[in-house]
Design a protein around this ligand. Structure first.
Ligand code: T3D
Length: 261
């Protein structure tokens, strides 16, 4: 598959999707949204992919919707139709992807770009990187899953404050609030993320996928429902080759060699 607005690399079980419109801080046009969805589906289908990293080319992670493109289509179509065609399937597919997904936030993340990062399982940011909801800055309401993820991650009061004031959230404060998992000097970020990604790519992929499924479901289950669902998922995990390898390795006092099967 050839992409024009992003780069896609697969090395050592880690797929890296790099948004590649650096002149606009990797803001989304429709083509990039479509290509990002294709790349996520490719990572989903390819058994060689055992971890996915999302990042941006140049100085930014992703500045959200390209505002030039937004203005150009303002007369033509509804927001609703656009969101249903672009960001909604992307965010939804990313969240449902049963492999670990890491956001490598190398610079500003705003609007739908922040939504993209929030839909990932782990977030690591460059020191000084700024996160901004951005929607109220242009008179819009939150979309791209930000209204779902942000209050759950940092609480409704902090989330509303960010949404209403459009204040930037620094990577350092995001770390203190539990929104990102780590902050590194910009020049060390890629190596730090790569180390985590390689560790996850060597993990029992199916078990991690089921972990995501469990966490996603648990958000709207009662305890008893969650317990029943866990038992159901464990039945699936217990039939994987990696489960047998994990137990065998433990008993043989050797490190497990998980194959993601
Ligand atoms: O139906 C629908 O599509 C609705 C969907 C909405 C989803 C959304 O994402 S809405 C939110 C859209 N995004 C924004 O409003 C963010 C706008 N950008 C910013 O607020 C700032 O650029 C940042 C906080 C992201 C970064 O600030 P800073 O100071 O680091 O960079 P900058 O100088 O503002 O931007 C650098 C360049 O990127 C600049 O171009 P230039 O002057 O060098 O030629 C700037 O215009 C361009 N740029 C940044 N963001 C966008 C953009 N160009 C187009 N669209 C952008 N979103």
């Amino acid at each position: 598959m050839t992409y024009t607005t992003l780069l896609y690399d697969l090395t050592g079980g880690v797929a890296t999707l790099t948004l590649n419109r650096p002149e606009v801080l990797n803001a989304f046009n429709d083509e990039m949204a479509a290509e990002a969805l294709t790349a996520v589906k490719t990572a989903e289908r390819d058994p060689a992919v055992r971890c996915l990293v999302l990042t941006g080319a140049g100085k930014g992670f992703c500045a959200g919707q390209d505002l030039q493109a937004l203005r150009a289509r303002a007369a033509a179509g509804s927001f609703r139709a656009h969101l249903e065609r672009t960001y909604n399937p992307l965010i939804s597919r990313l969240r449902a992807l049963e492999k670990p997904v890491i956001a490598q936030i190398n610079g500003p993340a705003a609007g739908a770009g922040l939504g993209l990062a929030l839909a990932c399982d782990l977030r690591y940011a460059a020191a000084g990187a700024k996160l901004r909801l951005a929607f109220s800055g242009i008179g819009l309401a939150p979309d791209s899953g930000t209204s779902f993820f942000l209050p759950r991650l940092i609480g409704p009061a902090r989330a509303f404050e960010l949404a209403a004031t459009n204040a930037p959230l620094t990577a350092e404060r995001a770390l203190a609030w539990g929104l990102v998992n780590g902050v590194y000097p910009a020049e060390e970020l890629a190596a730090a993320v790569r180390a985590v990604a390689e560790q996850l790519a060597a993990a029992p992929t199916k078990a991690l996928g089921l972990t995501k499924r469990a966490f996603n479901q648990a958000a709207h289950l009662t305890l008893d429902e969650a317990l029943a669902y866990e038992a159901q998922l464990q039945e699936i995990a217990g039939r994987t080759a990696d489960y047998h390898e994990g137990v065998a390795a433990f008993l043989a006092k050797r490190p497990p060699a998980f194959r993601g099967e």
